[in-house]
Ligand binder design. Structure first.
Ligand code: SF4
Length: 398
């Protein structure tokens, strides 16, 4: 027997979930997507999508995240990052159906920000976010209990990235914190510190779930030392930290990361600089701290798009973010020399689960009077998540 066969065991429930074949509605990933999907090879697929979109008319509004496939973006009424799309959804009260071509936490935010009369549909329920899944509400409750036992919870403000479940946003609202995006993380962190004595005081921020965005913002924007940031690992007792480490920390970073942006390395930056003279390295703040410090520019998806829009013709760029967006930006700027920072393919696999067959299936079902894959947030969570989202909207400059 080969070593491979000898080591083979029955798939665990979690391995099935990773393949999108299990069912776990509490998870951001891997829930099954039941439905009679059209075959991807159907030659009439684009025509069917056009016909269904036309039949739905103003009753539907289709949102497309920047990381979606081109075949999906072609049918989006508006494109943007998660925050822009949630606001766009809220600004369309006349639309009965919001078709969210993105991932699960985004559709949840759209459901929270839209009226009860509107129904949010995620064309594939298996389109989750691995980062959002790294912070489960029971883990966050346990972590908060650790801070309470140490007597430091009262001096700590939670800040959660938009890329988190509605339950985590609700936790943040219940404990007086705020949501943030990659565009406003600095303002959000400053606000949070102001609630507990200021950046130069002794209060703390619990930042979830992306440790890299939290660290990059705290160190590079707020000027806190790296040692002021500790990483809380929810799988370890006390987060893997001593009581003294937790007491001395200014920023308690959740141990989460983006499986796409976390792939970029400092070696990628060195390699592209060696290969392309005068290249501008532009990365997303979800990248590791050492990658961000080795780059020339760092900013959100919207920032990356604006930088390329404003760039000099003939300039060279290496971009560290999701590949669908980089390819689109490169196509829209043929006068610039646009490279992908990693030499290996780096799509967001869960974002890519939404494809034209799923979109056609969802739209045709709505045309036939069947609402499929509706995303509904628990009312109590929706209330408190809205409190945290409204706090973000009230931040200066938002
Ligand atoms: S790119 Fe990263 S943060 Fe965005 S949906 Fe994919 S895994 Fe989540």
């Amino acid at each position: 027997m080969s070593t491979l066969l000898a080591n083979f065991t029955e798939p665990s429930p979690s391995s099935l979930l990773l393949l999108g074949q299990g069912r776990d509605l509490a998870s951001e990933r891997g829930v099954e997507c039941a439905g009679e999907l059209p075959a991807p090879s159907d030659p009439d697929l684009v025509e069917r999508a056009r016909a269904a979109r036309a039949a739905l008319g103003d009753r539907a509004f289709v949102l497309g995240h920047h990381y979606q496939r081109d075949e999906v973006i072609d049918f989006a009424d508006v494109t943007g990052d998660s925050f822009k799309l949630a606001r766009e959804a809220a600004a369309r009260p006349e639309a009965e159906f919001i078709l969210f071509c993105g991932v699960h936490f985004m559709a949840e935010s759209a459901d929270i920000l839209t009226s009860d009369a509107q129904q949010v549909v995620l064309p594939d329920l298996a389109a989750g976010c691995s980062m959002a899944d790294m912070a489960a509400i029971h883990q966050v409750d346990e972590a908060w209990a650790v801070l309470e036992d140490l007597g430091i919870a009262g001096d700590t403000i939670p800040v959660t990235y938009m890329n988190s479940s509605a339950a985590i946003k609700a936790f943040t609202g219940r404990h007086g914190g705020t949501v943030c995006t990659s565009s406003n993380a600095e303002v959000a962190l400053r606000w949070a510190f102001d609630q507990v004595g200021g950046v130069d005081g002794t209060g703390k921020v619990l930042f979830m779930p992306d440790q890299h965005l939290g660290r990059n913002t705290a160190v590079l924007k707020l000027g806190l030392p790296l040692e002021a940031c500790v990483v809380f690992d929810p799988r370890k007792p006390n987060g893997g930290l001593t009581d003294a480490e937790l007491r001395d920390a200014r920023v308690i970073l959740w141990r989460g990361h983006c499986s796409v942006h976390g792939r970029f390395s400092v070696q990628n930056v060195h390699d592209i600089r060696a290969a392309v003279p005068d290249v501008n390295v532009l990365v997303h703040p979800e990248c590791k701290h050492e990658v961000v410090t080795a780059a020339d520019y760092v900013g959100s998806t919207e920032y990356i798009i604006k930088m390329l829009d404003a760039a000099e013709p003939g300039s060279s760029w290496a971009i560290g973010t999701e590949l669908n967006l980089v390819r689109r930006v490169a196509r829209e700027h043929p006068d610039q020399n646009v490279h992908y920072l990693d030499s290996t393919v780096c799509f967001c696999s869960t974002m890519n689960r939404i494809d034209l067959p799923h979109l056609v299936w969802a739209m045709e079902s709505l045309v036939a009077g069947r609402v499929v894959n509706r995303i509904v947030v628990d009312p109590d969570d929706a209330h408190w998540a809205r409190v945290a989202l409204d706090q973000m909207l009230a931040l200066p400059g938002i």
